[in-house]
Design a binder for this molecule. Structure first.
Ligand code: C5P
Length: 400
């Protein structure tokens, strides 16, 4: 576990039986070279003593807003800025609920609300509490807020019942953090070019040929590549999404030709190029300067011209060491068509979107894809576009 060295970790402990395992987790973090600050809820202290934890971490445990005898204030804001990660293990049903709704009545929650770093929770509770719709809803809210859930295991619980709700073992939690920090570095120093969204091809000043692409997959790829340390250029067609945060230069264009021009400018420098835009295949040959008026002419006939194939154009210029990834959206003969495109456009990888599956494709927050190279196929089940972006970047990193 080399990626934890020198990392600042806040270990949040809430009040559950599994809190005794937090001492082991703390020990693993410290052994791997991390600096750990323990923050406990008042109930957490009923399950494991702060003395043990401060001895293991080498830092006084924080659980109150003030130190009682001196009045010294513990700044959750400073703590939130200091941390490279916050891990809440165990996270009880109550703590998850407070996190999901912002009930900031203890130091752990105020610290969570101030944390700028990624947050992980390892839920631990009895099986009925775990299965309750409230818990399911709160976990879904936290996940949507970007919190990483370290799923609980199934096994014997403190109640002696058997079911889902055991906090994941400390080794597994430490490994999850180690892998996370490893991924954070995986694209450091790399330049990544991404296309996203639809293109609009003007018919006249008020009308266009376009498609239903929202840009969500491309924006998720851009944000995830930046989180992994890459320097990203995102060339986006019309999309309602805000510019991704981090080291992402977002260039907004309208038509396929403009998208090609922006890509040509940045392709030579890029190590990784991902073409996730849904580029319009045709554009009106003679876009009008003035609005076409129904009253003034017969039903117009529109002549179309072929748009440039951006992926194929870049594919033809690809240098050894550059990785080029495309997307395919097919209605029939999916795999064969995707493979054909991989070869024809000189791509290294193609991501096949499913249109047949509910929750996949245009406009949704989730996707289900197959990641195809000349000799491998990786099936990615339905998950959030952010998670799918992570899987795609994992595969690309392996190719680098
Ligand atoms: O040929 P098809 O449109 O199915 O190929 C899809 C892939 O090619 C996507 O990666 C898409 O971004 C890219 N493409 C492109 N320029 C076009 C058409 C598609 O870059 N004109």
């Amino acid at each position: 576990m080399t990626n934890l060295k020198g990392k600042h970790i806040i270990l949040g402990i809430s009040g559950g039986i599994a809190a005794y395992k937090s001492a082991m987790l703390l020990r693993l973090f410290v052994k791997a070279g991390a600096e750990v600050q323990v923050v406990m809820t008042p109930n957490g202290k009923e399950f494991i003593t702060p003395v043990t934890l401060s001895a293991l971490s080498g830092k006084p445990v924080i659980s109150e807003f003030f130190t009682a005898n001196t009045g010294e204030w513990h700044s959750h804001v400073d703590l939130g800025l200091w941390a490279d990660a916050m891990v809440i293990a165990p996270a009880t049903a109550s703590t998850l609920a407070k996190m999901a709704t912002g009930v900031a009545d203890n130091m752990l929650i105020t610290t969570y609300l101030s944390a700028k770093a990624p947050v992980f929770v390892a839920p631990a509770m009895d099986l009925d509490m775990m299965a309750h719709p409230t818990t399911t809803r709160n976990l879904a809210t936290l996940k949507a807020d970007g919190v990483h859930i370290i799923e609980p295991a199934t096994g014997e619980l403190a109640s002696h019942l058997t079911g889902r709700g055991r906090m994941e073992e400390p080794e597994k939690i430490a490994e999850a953090l180690d892998a996370f920090f490893g991924r954070q570095q995986s694209l450091r120093g790399r330049k990544v070019l991404i296309t996203a969204g639809p293109t609009y091809e003007r018919i006249d000043p008020v009308r266009f040929i376009g498609n239903f692409s929202s840009g969500k997959m491309g924006y998720a790829l851009a944000a995830e590549a930046a989180r992994r340390g890459a320097s990203v250029v995102l060339v986006s067609g019309p999309s309602a999404l805000p510019d991704p945060a981090g080291d992402v230069t977002t260039i907004r264009i309208e038509s396929a030709r403009e998208m090609l021009a922006a890509c040509e400018e940045h392709f030579a420098d890029s190590d990784i190029t991902i073409m996730s835009a849904a580029v319009a295949d045709y554009a009106p040959a003679h876009p009008r300067d003035r609005k076409i008026k129904r009253e003034h002419e017969d039903v117009p006939v529109m002549e179309l011209v072929k748009n440039p194939d951006i992926a194929a154009t870049l594919g033809a210029r690809k240098r050894p060491g550059q990785i080029l990834t495309g997307f395919a959206l097919e209605t029939d003969n999916e795999m064969a068509n995707a493979r054909q495109k991989l070869a024809k456009k000189n791509l290294d990888m193609i991501v096949l979107n499913s249109l047949a599956d509910k929750g996949a494709g245009f406009g949704t927050d989730t996707n289900k894809v197959s990641i195809i190279t000349t000799d491998t196929v990786t099936e990615v089940p339905l998950k959030s576009k952010t998670e799918v972006a992570g899987d795609i970047l994992d595969r690309i990193t392996e190719l680098l």
